[in-house]
Write a protein that binds this ligand. Structure first.
Ligand code: PLP
Length: 410
């Protein structure tokens, strides 16, 4: 008899965006002539930089020539890309890495999901609440939680973030082994200061914990005092893994490429207390279980660092951040309370009139024809909040804001 991984049965059924898509489809069926503006899913809408496309086309041509053709590449990425990453994303901030500490992948969604492989199932886990769902689901699948009860998985520590704590998770009093932090944050669009992040690094060092630091939105930081990398904090190399993606910066959500940094200094422990290099474990895991990323894609990612591509990326980010500003200011004008949106493409708003997140979703769809994401879909502490993204077109964003203003201006 083939028995299954019963941890999958603990997972909550419907994925948030599937539910939203179903609701929108149903609404459209009933109202075929209504124009709907989607500011829900966090996918980019601007195309990739020309230099990236050029580099990819050149790489395709190389593949057609017997002298430049490439077969299987290194599972953990080509050195030409790792060198560009180290030079541009780290050395420029005074942080040094060797190529072997950088692991190229088909996007960090995959790495975030797979990183749990190298940690013991008995480890305790903390996530912020609300949270990007992948951290939680992948730990549930691998058995690091008990059943789902009253909106939470038992056995997982939920660190609530809300208006009262300024969306900065409390430092746990208890010992937690694996801590997921994401800044700039999805879904709340809020950021963490160097001071606050230093406290987390201190906690992890004291408790022999690991911080899994998701910096997917780092390119959106506008305030120069906000850290772009956890390694800007002294001592972080001994306690943190960092995930960075080209998805939201260079428009790679369709191409797929990102990277994970696992410093040599980073140690895990056997039950007997022997120290083990996590870099070695991750390298072993990736070399065995990953196919790596295509040569063509990696040449495209390399071109992200050209002057021309950087300029185009800067313009795209300005475009999305203008949308975000437009949403934030437009909603505040009619008395909505909003959070985030200054260093991230997400505006987190307090649902007005004491409605819950899904009631507001329905109301917004019905009366403004705008689709957003109910905060409660990101965790129980997201109840009463709602997420709108700056990833739409300028025109649609402006129209959406006007429609919301029209309906809610009492
Ligand atoms: N982490 C966060 C917080 C995200 O919002 C996303 C995508 O939306 C990802 C990771 C996944 O990134 P990638 O496209 O590189 O897989």
């Amino acid at each position: 008899m083939i028995t299954i991984n019963e941890n999958f049965l603990k997972l909550q059924d419907s994925y948030l965006f599937v539910t939203i898509a179903e609701k929108v489809k149903e609404y459209q069926k009933k109202n075929p002539n209504k124009d709907i503006i989607k500011l829900g899913i966090g996918d980019i809408t601007r195309p990739i930089p020309g230099k990236v496309a050029e580099a990819m086309k050149k790489a395709v041509d190389e593949m057609t020539n017997i002298n430049t053709f490439r077969g299987y590449g290194p599972e953990v990425g080509y050195d030409f890309l790792k060198e560009k990453i180290i030079e541009n994303d780290y050395k420029s901030k005074g942080i040094n890495f060797e190529n072997s500490e950088v692991f190229i992948s088909d996007g960090i969604g995959t790495d975030i999901a797979n990183i749990v492989d190298i940690f013991d199932v008995q480890n305790t886990v903390a996530i912020t609440d609300p949270v990007y769902p992948a951290y939680l689901d992948t730990n549930v699948m691998s058995g690091r939680s008990a059943n789902f009860e009253n909106g939470k998985y038992r056995g997982v520590t939920y660190l609530e973030v809300n208006e009262e704590n300024n969306f900065i998770p409390r430092i746990p009093k208890e010992q937690i082994d694996m801590i997921y932090l994401c800044f700039p944050n999805n879904p709340t669009g809020t950021v963490i200061s160097k001071e606050e992040l230093t406290k987390w690094v201190g906690y992890a060092r004291k408790n022999n914990s690991i911080i899994l630091y998701d910096a997917a939105y780092e390119a959106y930081i506008q305030d120069e005092n906000i850290p772009h990398s956890i390694y800007e904090i002294e001592g972080a190399k001994e306690v943190a893994i960092e995930f960075k993606s080209y998805s939201k910066s260079a428009g790679f959500t369709g191409i797929r490429c990102g990277y994970t940094v696992v410093p040599k200094e980073l140690k895990g422990y056997t039950k007997e207390g022997e120290t083990i290099s996590l870099n070695k474990l991750w390298n072993r895991r990736q070399s065995t279980k990953s196919n790596g990323v295509s040569y063509i894609t990696q040449r495209g990612a390399e071109a992200v660092y050209t002057k021309e591509a950087q300029q185009q990326i800067k313009e795209n980010i300005e475009y999305y951040m203008n949308n975000t500003k437009n949403i934030k200011e437009g909603l505040e004008k009619i008395g909505f309370k909003t959070f985030g949106g200054e260093n991230a493409p997400y505006v987190w708003l307090k649902v007005p009139n004491n409605k819950n997140s899904w009631e507001f979703f329905d109301e917004l769809l019905e009366h403004a024809g705008v689709v957003g994401t109910p905060g409660v879909g990101f965790g129980p502490s997201g109840e009463g909040y709602f997420r709108l993204t700056g990833f739409g077109t300028k025109e649609n964003t402006e129209r959406a804001v006007l429609r919301i203003q029209k309906y809610y201006k009492n």
